[in-house]
Design a protein around this ligand. Structure first.
Ligand SMILES: [Cu+2]
Length: 128
């Protein structure tokens, strides 16, 4: 009767013990991550840039290192967001209407954002 009521794990304690160091490592990694966040100053933000009528809105944006910028294609045509700026060099590729694509800002500086398909499209992100 007693042996039947015991949970299976009580008979095999080894797997629980084996997981314990991994659990401690995850907690330690989380603590290191949290303690490193103040280095960015304010908490990282997600900033939205809309593509509408073949233009970027807003045309200028101030951001901080660690922020994400999400480009939302609210147009009825495909766009291709890219930048060749040293502060952020990227090419998001063909972006269909309705799609959202993001970048992470990792360096300070001026990011000139353009569109591969529409040369008149241009915006500037100042990363502080
Ligand atoms: Cu475009």
């Amino acid at each position: 009767m007693i042996s039947i009521s015991q949970p299976p794990s009580a008979a095999r304690p080894a797997p629980d013990n084996a997981l314990a160091p991994i659990g401690r490592a995850i907690i330690l990694a989380a603590a290191v991550l949290v303690s490193s966040l103040p280095a960015f100053g304010a908490a990282a933000e997600e900033l939205l840039v809309v593509q509408k009528d073949r233009a970027y809105l807003p045309a200028t944006l101030t951001a901080h290192v660690g922020d994400r910028v999400v480009f939302a294609n609210e147009d009825d045509v495909t766009h291709n967001v890219y930048s060749e700026s040293p502060a952020a060099s990227f090419d998001l590729g063909a972006q269909k209407p309705g799609q959202k694509l993001g970048i992470l800002l990792e360096k300070r500086g001026t990011v000139e954002v353009e569109c591969e398909i529409h040369p008149k499209m241009h915006m500037v992100i100042e990363v502080k």
